[in-house]
Design a protein around this ligand. Structure first.
Ligand code: ATP
Ligand code: MG
Ligand code: MG
Length: 242
């Protein structure tokens, strides 16, 4: 929660990390976008995630699902599936999470271990996007974004990002931030959030005093704050795949 909130602040947003059953609906009411992160799954938190998601849909606000660890335990997979059923605008996971989610959603795709490459989950992502009428992003060395038909690849990022806890969660939070700017263009918003996050990692590492995850964590935050249009235009590596 610390790094997710700091990533959002550095990018110019005004985040609130709300999870109380009594409060989430009111918070959705005053928010531009909702992020549902499945990291912590105590029963009352799962209930408040569902309440928040349903409220966002009622109010016509975009919301983003991060199916953290989907496939790791039966409860986790079932909870992620329930939230998927609440109608997210965008789902972002790593390859194993997207494979597990699609498998649980009945796509016939079988989940594999965390060594899966993002490309291995592309078919699963397309099936999920089509079946649930949402955008699905799979992160990895190359990030893929699809609406079920179009596929866009983003080649920004650095392997060291995988050694920072909740880098993926923060990436999903940044997608939510970009959706607030372009709620009617979720594919475009997602692609650009992935490019900017990855680029902030690349550039952040250049600023870092040492080439390690601790310095990268700091450099990533700094670069999200310092990022300008020229840096994005020069550094974004986005390509239409299909
Ligand atoms: P977390 O463990 O924090 O939940 P995650 O597994 O959900 O993370 P990742 O797939 O690790 O998410 O993606 C986090 C960021 O790291 C993304 O910006 C992604 O593009 C980048 N990334 C992941 N693997 C690589 C890699 N091999 N090379 C370059 N960038 C990478
Ligand atoms: Mg990871
Ligand atoms: Mg993750």
């Amino acid at each position: 929660m610390d790094i997710m909130a700091n990533v959002l602040l550095a990018a110019g947003c005004s985040p609130a990390m709300a999870h109380s059953l009594d409060e989430v609906e009111a918070f959705v009411g005053i928010s531009s976008c909702l992020l549902v992160n499945m990291g912590t799954l105590s029963p009352d938190w799962v209930a408040s995630k569902k309440l928040a998601a349903r409220r966002a849909v009622e109010l016509g606000k975009p919301w983003v699902l991060d199916p953290v660890g989907c496939g790791a335990t039966p409860v986790r997979t079932a909870s992620c599936l329930q939230l998927l059923g609440c109608g997210p605008s965008v789902v972002r996971g790593n390859a194993s999470e997207i494979l597990a989610l699609a498998g649980a959603a009945g796509s016939g795709v079988r989940g594999v271990d965390s060594t899966a490459a993002s490309k291995d989950a592309l078919e699963a992502a397309k099936q999920l996007a089509t079946a649930h009428k949402c955008i699905v992003a799979v992160s990895g060395e190359v990030d893929y974004v699809t609406d079920g038909k179009a596929v866009v690849g983003v080649r920004n990022g650095h392997e060291l990002l995988t050694l920072i806890t909740a880098a993926g969660c923060s990436l999903t939070a940044l997608i939510a931030a970009f959706l607030t700017v372009a709620p009617q263009q979720p594919l475009l918003a997602t692609v650009h959030a992935l490019a900017v996050f990855g680029l902030a990692g690349e550039e952040g590492l250049k600023l870092a005093p040492r080439p390690g995850p601790g310095s990268l964590r700091v450099g990533l935050l700094d670069m999200l704050h310092l990022m300008d249009e020229a840096t994005v235009k020069a550094g974004a590596r986005i390509e239409v795949v299909a």
